[in-house]
Design a protein around this ligand. Structure first.
Ligand code: ZN
Ligand code: ZN
Length: 404
């Protein structure tokens, strides 16, 4: 019997074969193109030549991990699902991590499928996403903390795959996440499986660097194992990745609180929505920032001071930014600051530990990291896809509703 369910007004059909949807963290299209060109991903190449799809789509802006994972698992934009950053400033003026399901304003596809009786599973590399993915009693595990987790029957999670979990700053954590997702899915008979990777490698290494090559070869082998195990496999990146390093080898960063102070704006506070526990990745420096200006009389002065900074290519007020990028107005700043492709935005020199970075800064968050690969390793029915602009949040629609 065919099973269908509804999530956020869209109907999804559960295929007979199990589905593995992968959020490929930080996979700028450059990595995929380079890996295919140099034959580092033979299994992906084989799937594409057998009729699979590889197209560029759009990510949710700001191009950070939590907003895009949530867009992918809800199938709707941030204005509808409520998650506009990894981090936000609440009604009391406190900065909080967006890791609690209380922030979700839409159901997830996994919660809706689970409620309809479909066996589902979410496995994330970074533990910070696990609670968001577990909403609706969805079984959710993280590769980062797999050594601390057990199945409902008491079996240690690492025992299911039979190998210990690599650390959060190990390039092997993402391929491990895919293998763990497949092993757990086979054990739990899951039909709809989400695996969310980590962008440690993409923050640290450009396309063609030795660690990138090792990573894409290993991920391709893991995807091949999922295909061989009978899974329908698809991937969408949460955002791209670019070098944000100046000619002097230092991060190309503008400190917004310093610019506001210089302009005499006393009530301004910068919030970096990239902020998360993984500071070695990016030192909380991304290409988009929120600025809160508590005294409305200072708003124009703040806007002019920020817009005048080199490397800033736009400053939008709250409602214009919400309209332009499908954002929830109450979860962003009074001003939204957009950096150019080579620049990142921070608060002040003291607020960011740049010494924590591994080598040169590569990061994301702005408009220049919006194009993302969307891949389905299966032939799709062309109906309804020709000419359609794709977003990463369409991944589950493609995998569940458009297989040939
Ligand atoms: Zn990410
Ligand atoms: Zn990142």
């Amino acid at each position: 019997m065919d099973v269908t369910f509804v999530a956020n007004d869209r109907v999804y059909n559960v295929p007979r074969r199990p589905v593995l949807a992968v959020c490929a963290d930080g996979w700028d299209p450059e990595y995929v193109d380079d890996a295919l060109e140099r034959s580092l991903m033979p299994r992906l190449a084989e799937s594409l030549s057998a009729g699979g799809m590889y197209r560029l789509g759009r990510a949710q802006v700001p191009t950070f991990t939590n907003p895009n994972n949530v867009a992918i698992v809800t199938g709707v934009c941030a204005a509808s699902n409520g998650v506009a950053g990894n981090h936000y400033r609440n009604e009391c003026g406190e900065e909080v991590q967006v890791t609690d399901p209380v922030f979700l304003r839409a159901t997830t596809i996994y919660a809706a499928a689970h409620a309809a009786g479909v066996e589902v599973l979410c496995v994330t590399a970074k533990d910070k996403l696990r609670r968001l993915l577990a909403v609706g009693d969805v079984p959710a595990f993280s590769a980062e903390c797999a050594h601390e987790q057990t199945l409902a029957d008491g079996t240690p999670v690492t025992e299911v795959l039979g190998s210990g979990n690599p650390g959060i700053y190990d390039w092997q954590l993402s391929p491990y996440t895919i293998d763990l997702a497949v092993a757990l899915a086979e054990r739990l008979q899951s039909k709809l499986v989400y695996a969310s990777l980590t962008d440690f490698v993409q923050h640290a290494a450009a396309p063609g660097a030795p660690m990138s090559d090792d990573f894409y070869r290993a991920v391709d082998a893991a995807l091949g194992r999922a295909i061989d195990a009978g899974f329908v496999v698809g991937l969408a990146a949460d955002h791209g990745m670019r070098s944000k390093t100046g000619a002097d080898g230092r991060p190309n960063v503008r400190f917004l609180d310093e610019a506001l102070a210089e302009a005499g704006v006393a009530s301004g506070h910068t919030l970096c929505p990239i902020t998360d526990p993984y500071v070695v990745h990016h030192a909380a420096l991304g290409s988009m920032a929120w600025v809160h200006v508590d005294d409305a009389d200072e708003l124009d002065r703040a806007r002019s001071a920020l817009a005048a900074l080199p490397g800033v290519e736009g400053v939008l007020n709250r409602s214009a930014a919400a309209d332009s990028f499908d954002l929830p107005p109450d979860r962003i700043g009074d001003l939204v600051v957009l950096a150019d492709a080579q620049t990142v935005l921070g608060k002040s020199r003291q607020a960011h530990d740049i010494s924590a970075l591994h080598g040169e800064l590569r990061s994301h968050g702005g408009l220049h990291e919006r194009p993302v690969p969307i891949i389905v390793c299966e032939r799709l029915a062309v109906d309804g896809l020709a000419g359609r602009e794709l977003h990463n949040r369409d991944l589950h629609d493609l995998l569940l509703n458009h297989l040939a």
